[in-house]
Structure formats: C-alpha cells, structure tokens
Ligand binder design. Structure first.
Ligand code: APR
Length: 228
C-alpha cells in the first residue's frame, strides 16, 4: 500500500503554530504578502528576516501533537511506501520521528545563499546577515518558498502521486497551488483520496471521502484503521 500524505498548517495548529487563513487573514500580525514574497525581501530584507527569525526562535516553544506522532508511527509501519509532503516550514514532523518528510515550501531551520545557492541547516538569526558557510558572502535568505517562487521537488511529488494507492490531505485549506491541485492529479489516475481537516477545504469536492475535526483526533484514528 503506497500512501502520499500532504500536510498543511492545520496539522500544527494544535501544537500552537498559527495557521494562515483561520484568523483574521493575518499571519502573526502580518499580511502574508508583506513578508512572504521576493519583492518584500528586496524592499525590506531586515523586516522579513525579523519575521522569520522570530518564527525560527519560536520553534523551541512548540511540540509535535498526536497527529504528527501518528504519521511517524505510520512511517514505521510503511517505510518507503509512505511519503509525507508538507507545506509547513516547522520541524514538528521530524521531531515526532518522521524520517522521510518533503518540505515543498522549504524550512525555517534552513538558509539558502543568494550568491552560491548553497542550502545550509540554520538555527540562528539571519537578521544580522551572517556569512554563507560555503562562499562566505553575507547573502543568506530564509530557505522558504515565497509566493511566486517554485516549490521544491515537484517532479518527485508528482511521481509519488501517480504511483500511490492512497492520497491523504491533512490540515490544509486547498487555497494555494500547486499543493491544492495534488488531489486532482491523484484522482485523475484513480488514486483513492481522503481529506482530514477541521472543516471542508476549498477542494473538498474532489475527495472520495472527507472527515472533519481536529487533526490530533482524526489522524491517529485513521492510522489505526489503516494499520488495522
Ligand atoms: N486540525 C485540522 N485542520 C485544522 C486545524 C486542526 N486543529 N486547525 C485548522 N485546520 C485547517 C483549517 O480549517 C484550514 O483549512 O487547516 C487549514 C489551514 O489552512 P491555511 O491556514 O490556509 O494553511 P495551509 O493550507 O497550510 O496554507 C498553504 O499558504 O501561506 C501559504 O505557504 C503558505 O504553506 C502555506 C500555504
């Protein structure tokens, strides 16, 4: 049984990580367009660094919830037959024990150099413009895929969707492409599709089955069912 799971901000909500579109449309007090775009970074790099530095530092205050733990348990059982693709830039899947996590929107704990393009594990602030570990230039930016930029490893994701028996979408609004289109890719090749979300997502009609409730409750129940 080959399974592809897509997760979004909703899976980290019960860990205390704010989602993007649940509140008043602000992302921790910022309009996402003001911080998560290449133009915003070019216009005000320090403000954008401060925003991501604060979220990187806040990772220490949040912890995986039962949904993350259940997916790690599922990976123990399925091994390479499970691929978790996350839109999230937190490290909660990894801290719950998941080993194969594809961060299609990048990661807070990574920095990329705009000069040599090296990606480096990163835990400190970037707002003081530290030197790139590889080329030494002070041209590091958050390794986060901003609006208008191309997500990571799309070919690998599409290949996994084509080859899957089941596609499960957890905690995502289905508001942002290309992730929002994965369910259609899967359905088009006959892959069974399941949505686990607090409320119907924008793409809920594309799923064979939708279950609504908190991920911390729905995901462990679903994993128990699957592992039977
Ligand atoms: N359990 C399950 N689902 C939840 C929970 C919960 N406890 N809390 C909220 N949700 C659901 C909401 O109903 C919503 O459908 O999670 C979804 C969160 O949607 P968004 O805030 O839009 O987050 P996401 O879908 O991950 O956003 C996608 O948009 O801003 C960009 O790059 C950013 O990766 C992000 C992308």
């Amino acid at each position: 049984m080959k399974v592809v799971v897509l997760t979004g901000a909703g899976i980290s909500a019960e860990s205390g990580v704010p989602t993007f579109r649940d509140a008043d449309g602000l992302w921790e007090g910022h309009r996402v367009e003001d911080v998560a775009t290449p133009e915003a970074y070019d216009a005000q790099p320090l403000a954008v660094h401060r925003f991501y530095d604060a979220r990187r530092a806040a990772l220490g205050d949040v912890h995986p919830n039962p949904a993350h733990v259940a997916l790690a348990r599922l990976e123990d059982a399925l091994g390479d037959d499970l691929l978790v693709v996350t839109q999230n830039i937190d490290d909660l899947h990894e801290r719950a024990g998941s080993q194969r996590v594809l961060h299609m929107h990048g990661e807070l704990l990574s920095a990329v150099c705009r000069s040599c393009h090296e990606r480096s594990q990163w835990t400190e602030d970037l707002g003081d413009f530290p030197p790139c570990p590889r080329c030494g230039l002070t041209d590091l930016r958050p390794d986060v895929v901003w609006f208008g930029e191309v997500p990571y490893e799309m070919d690998r994701i599409h290949a996994a969707l084509q080859d899957a028996d089941l596609f499960v979408s957890i905690g995502t609004s289905g508001a942002v492409y290309p992730a929002a289109g994965f369910v259609m890719h899967a359905a088009a090749v006959g892959v069974r599709t399941l949505e686990l979300n607090l409320q119907p997502s924008e793409g809920t009609s594309f799923f064979d089955e939708s279950r609504h409730g908190p991920a911390g409750v729905l995901v462990p129940v679903w994993v128990d069912e699957l592992l039977g």
